[in-house]
Design a protein around this ligand. Sequence first.
Ligand code: AHG
Ligand code: MN
Ligand code: MN
Length: 312
Amino acid sequence: MSSCPLPSRISLNNHLYASGVSDELRHLINDIARGGKYVQNAIRTTDLGLAGSSNTFGEDQLKLDVLSNRIIKEELCESRLVHSFASEEESDELQELVVNAPYTVVFDPLDGSSLVDCNLAIGSIFGIYESKGGLIGKKPRDQVAALYLVYGPRTILVYSAGKGAHAFYLNEVGEFNLLQKNLMMRDEVKTYAPGNLRAVVDTPAYRKMMNLWLDEGHTLRYSGGMVPDIHHMLIKGAGIFTNIGGSKYPKGKLRLLFECGPFAYITEQAGGASSDGTKSILDIEIRDLDQRTPIIIGAKKEVKRVSEVLKS
Ligand code: AHG
Ligand code: MN
Ligand code: MN
């Protein structure tokens, strides 16, 4: 019999422990969550201007992109559990940290850079793989956990370690406490978030899909940030998010490793689905660290319908 009193609140650490997540993975998720708190603080206090540098995709970096990336790297180093990592901000190769450590972490330290100056919600996204065997040839289904933080009026963390997806809010003393366990996506559209809509110009099937949503009277909920846009769906338990190709981005704008893979893992754990138009995002083989993929994600039947309409 344990003499521990029944907890009055369920902390992230508590939840991970009670869910049977291994000690090592629990420590790593806690370390990443601590990094998220520092990113959250940086968002409130750092100069919001450009850094004067660009990332490996040639995109201008904000001071906040550079700083968030550094904060996360420091946490991953300190954890001593990370063999290697790849970041969207420096994604040309896997960088090694600790030989023989069990995990490889892929992350986008600050998703939604273009929303920073407008003070809209942004986020950080993480995928965790076992380090053995590297990343090339693996699939996002091989992730052992994925999580994201959304920095809005409140800071919320959602994780899955393969046993459902669970949401936590950051409280005033700096701890993540359970907000909602077992997020569940119903088979309902209700809201749609059509990303890279400029693709309708040369992709008639995407225009057709857009018209169907308009005609059916669904509600548009699109902020331009993948993290709050998908988080919206997960919290409401319904919806569809897309970012598909066109001439500017033939495969859509979003990256398999840093953005689509972790969200596919979390959404499928919440009973939703993801697709590149043909198969689950979780089943796409990783060939390059910076590979992009079209993404259709959200309510199961709608993911199927959108995939079919886009093929027509
Ligand atoms: P980044 O990591 O470069 O800030 O990318 C943000 C992504 C994603 O959050 C969003 O869905 C998409 O960019 C929107 O792209 P556009 O603004 O180009 O439509
Ligand atoms: Mn991003
Ligand atoms: Mn980014």
